[in-house]
Design a protein. Structure first.
Length: 234
């Protein structure tokens, strides 16, 4: 308990004193995570719409792959991305390994199956008869998709929150592809691991508290949007 109080005091001090290193890590954590979640959302929702409203070969295999990806360990994602970005890898010529871009790619790799899987479930629950009625009234496929997004937006926001929570709290992939370089690729989770390894438990816990506050703040904003939309929907 005493260690927790000291860590909380340390966290407050770091924030109120505008400690440069702390705010650099916070800013970088936010930057890569928000970038990754935006790209994942842009990729996932249109793809989820297509998968849920069309029949094609290997659909069940693709759905099984997506559902498996939802439970992918971050370390395994980091391993795959590292192999691709390695000097002799498929994307090795771009020299992305141990860069912020590598962390964003790894986080997209983690978040996309989560957002995609939950979004597909939301769209598949949309009444088939309602879809046929909308199309029968002369709506285009694009207009149908917009209606489906509007009707499923509460679940879609939950999917985005789940994806964001997964990537902002992961450490394995960021450590492997980013290298935990101070002032360049260090995020809050890798900073916690680094300080714990040094025996600086007070600072590690302070970073942990800041990470929780950061995650809570972002999710609170998304939850407020979600509940506002729910009220309007009712």
């Amino acid at each position: 308990m005493e260690l927790f109080v000291e860590a909380l005091t340390k966290a407050i001090h770091l924030l109120l004193s505008f400690d440069y290193e702390t705010y650099l890590v916070i800013w970088f954590t936010l930057k890569v995570s928000i970038t990754a979640i935006l790209i994942s959302t842009i990729l996932s929702i249109p793809l989820a719409l297509y998968i849920s409203t069309n029949q094609f070969r290997f659909k069940h295999f693709i759905l099984s792959t997506i559902n498996t990806g939802m439970a992918m360990p971050p370390v395994l994602a980091g391993l795959f991305i590292t192999i691709f970005l390695w000097r002799n890898g498929f994307l090795g010529r771009f020299n992305l390994l141990y860069t912020p871009q590598a962390i964003i790619i790894a986080q997209i790799f983690l978040a996309t199956p989560l957002i995609l899987g939950i979004s597909i479930s939301a769209f598949q629950s949309f009444p088939k008869k309602f879809m046929l009625q909308i199309l029968g009234l002369g709506a285009t496929k694009f207009q149908l998709y917009m209606i489906m997004i509007r009707e499923c937006k509460l679940t879609l926001l939950s999917a985005i929150m789940a994806g964001f929570g997964a990537i902002i709290s992961e450490v394995g992939a960021s450590m492997m592809v980013g290298g935990n370089i101070k002032g360049y690729t260090r995020v809050l989770t890798t900073a916690i691991v680094t300080e714990t390894g040094k025996g600086n438990f007070e600072l590690a816990m302070a970073y942990g508290i800041i990470l929780l506050l950061l995650s809570f703040s972002v999710n609170m904003i998304l939850t407020k949007i979600q509940q506002k939309n729910r009220t309007e929907h009712e």
